[in-house]
Design a protein around this ligand. Structure first.
Ligand code: ZN
Ligand code: ZN
Length: 165
């Protein structure tokens, strides 16, 4: 969505609110199975002594796939939106700076960037996910598999003793 900022750009102290539903249906990530259509972004753009700032929240509900155990899990998140809107690229290294298009800002660019950066950090169903057994593929979060018993060093020693006899 393009937001008209004419009233704000020309008047320090002014602000304009926004609230809309970004369309993320075209985004595809390996770790995201689906994004619920209930995505919503809201916030405001204000003129702080001549500097255009955007602040707000992006709400996303989605079904993710854990990159360690492949389990699907739902994630509901409220991401903070913080951006500086500038006429020109004053600092290309700063990811929080977005370019104005005349009197307009492309809100999709701001919210999509915030979302993509977040998705890159949510590959696991939980921080201590045990993952899958590399041998039998069992989800070790559900309990140990029989391969784990094989790998028990005491049993390995016993196995060797039996072999030697
Ligand atoms: Zn997992
Ligand atoms: Zn196993």
């Amino acid at each position: 969505m393009r937001l008209n900022l004419r009233e704000v750009i020309e008047n320090p102290g002014n602000s304009v609110d926004f609230s809309y539903q970004p369309d993320f249906s075209g985004l595809n990530f390996e770790c995201v199975k689906s994004i619920e259509p209930s995505v919503s972004a809201k916030g405001r753009v204000y003129n702080s002594a001549g500097v255009m700032k955007l602040e707000g929240t992006l709400h996303v509900d989605m079904i993710c796939i854990c990159s360690r155990c492949l389990k699907e899990f739902t994630r509901s998140t409220d991401l903070p939106l913080n951006a500086i809107l500038a006429d020109e690229a004053i600092d290309e290294e700063n990811p929080d700076i977005f370019l104005l298009d005349g009197d307009y800002i492309d809100l999709d660019e701001v919210v999509t960037t915030a979302f993509v950066l977040d998705v890159e950090q949510i590959y696991l169903c939980s921080e201590d996910c045990k993952g899958l057994c590399p041998k039998c593929g069992k989800n070790l979060n559900d309990g140990p598999c029989s391969c784990t018993a094989d790998a028990d060093p005491r049993l390995a020693v016993l196995g060797q003793l039996l072999e030697n006899n």
